[in-house]
Design a protein around this ligand. Structure first.
Ligand SMILES: Cc1cc2nc3c(=O)[nH]c(=O)nc-3n(C[C@H](O)[C@H](O)[C@H](O)COP(=O)(O)O)c2cc1C
Length: 378
């Protein structure tokens, strides 16, 4: 992997090694992809102040996330279907995160189950919850996360209705999938991927399989899931979530100051400023555009995390300078996983950490706590 120097290299390798339908599932966004593009473009507009002749020999990335020590201000975001980017993908991503000293968040929509991951790693991970209509099932799922000693619940609040990704439909990632000759040829040209997925523990959504009688394939499960997203979900349900999850709670998918203010009142420890990586409301602002106003409104009351468009340590530095305490990455590590499994995820984390450390040095900054908007050129 010595020729891999940046996240884009991992992305290109992912594209080569994983069938098109799964690469596009990770890479693309909803509708016209305006918000997907805005996430990247708005980050790139933010310029740093280059500072010189400051002693930067004692730089450190270490920080705390939700009160726990972390090697750097980075979290692996919940990403559905990781086990289809690489067999047992959730386990490999979690191992890479834990080896690097940062949190991993398991998606509700994982291929490996909560128990599969818990059995394969030795430290707690975070669990991401989508609230579905079947509240008995959601309670049971939460109890499984408690039993597995998950150390935070990330409640995703921006997916009550599903944004459409055109490319998933064109690729036959729909229900039912369209099996075409081109798809079979694509699979046949990715033997390492096929072998990895075949060796993997599961081929369906591990957290949901077994819950619905007679539903044991990914297509039927996906149909069930899309019928299960609960459009009645409202702030009132947060009391119920609080009653079934006594631990640390993170609300993910907040983009509006009014919503952030309500979130601060319900006693969540943290929120993630996020537009789901441009996969939901197309035409929503980029996450970085709204970050400063959310930090101003509630940053003193709760921990502000950020995601959307992070592809480098420079991007992490930009978000921290605008008030985020840590950043989640989604695609950046999914590319690593598709490119080279656990080593690829480790590489993605390493690349971003090294870029952040260098950027701090060139801005005359030694610690994560010192990063603020002083680091930015106006
Ligand atoms: C392939 C893919 C699947 C995702 N699945 C989930 C999910 O199951 N739950 C969730 O809360 N967010 C999900 N997200 C959103 C990510 O958690 C995160 O918000 C987003 O990827 C951040 O943007 P970035 O990819 O530009 O880093 C997914 C994102 C991607 C790319």
């Amino acid at each position: 992997m010595k020729h891999i120097t940046c996240i884009e290299d991992l992305r290109l390798l992912h594209k080569q090694r994983v069938p098109k339908a799964f690469f596009d599932y990770a890479d693309r966004g909803s509708y016209a992809e305006e918000t997907l593009r805005a996430n990247r473009e708005d980050l790139a507009q933010i310029k740093f102040r280059q500072r010189i002749l400051v002693d930067v020999s004692k730089r450190s990335l270490s920080t705390t996330i939700l009160g726990e020590p972390a090697a750097m201000p980075l979290i692996l975001a919940p990403v559905g279907l990781l086990g289809m980017q690489h067999g047992d993908g959730e386990i490999y991503a979690c191992r890479a995160a834990q080896a690097a000293g940062i949190p991993f968040t398991q998606s509700t929509m994982s291929i490996c189950s909560i128990e599969d991951i818990a059995a394969a790693v030795d430290k707690p991970f975070w669990f991401q919850l989508y609230v579905m209509k079947d509240r008995g099932f959601i309670k049971a799922l939460t109890e499984r996360a408690i039993a597995a000693k998950c150390s935070a619940l990330v409640l995703t609040v921006d997916l009550q209705v599903n944004g459409q990704r055109h490319q998933d439909i064109k690729n036959g990632m729909t229900v039912p999938p369209e099996w075409s000759l081109s798809k079979l040829i694509d699979f046949a040209t990715k033997p390492a991927w096929v072998a990895g997925v075949l060796r993997g523990k599961r081929k369906t959504f591990g957290n949901l399989a077994g819950h619905m009688k007679g539903i044991d394939n990914i297509t039927a499960l996906a149909t069930w899931i899309s019928s299960q997203f609960d459009t009645t979900l409202s702030w009132k349900d947060l009391d119920w979530i609080r009653s079934i999850w006594p631990g640390k709670l993170v609300l993910k998918g907040i983009l509006d100051v009014e919503d952030a203010e309500i979130a601060a009142k319900i006693g969540a420890q943290a929120l993630v400023v996020s537009n789901h990586g441009g996969r939901q409301l197309d035409g929503a602002p980029s996450s970085i555009e709204v970050l400063p106003e959310i930090v101003d409104a509630v940053g003193s009351k709760m921990e502000i995390m950020f995601d959307g468009g992070i592809r480098s340590g420079q991007d992490v530095m930009r978000a921290l300078a605008l008030g985020a305490k840590s950043c989640m990455i989604g695609r950046a590590y999914a590319y690593g996983l598709g490119a080279a499994g656990e080593a690829g995820v480790a590489k993605a984390i390493d690349i971003i950490g090294n870029e952040l450390l260098t950027t701090m040095g060139l801005c005359g900054i030694n610690t994560i706590a010192e990063i603020n908007d002083d680091a930015l050129a106006v």
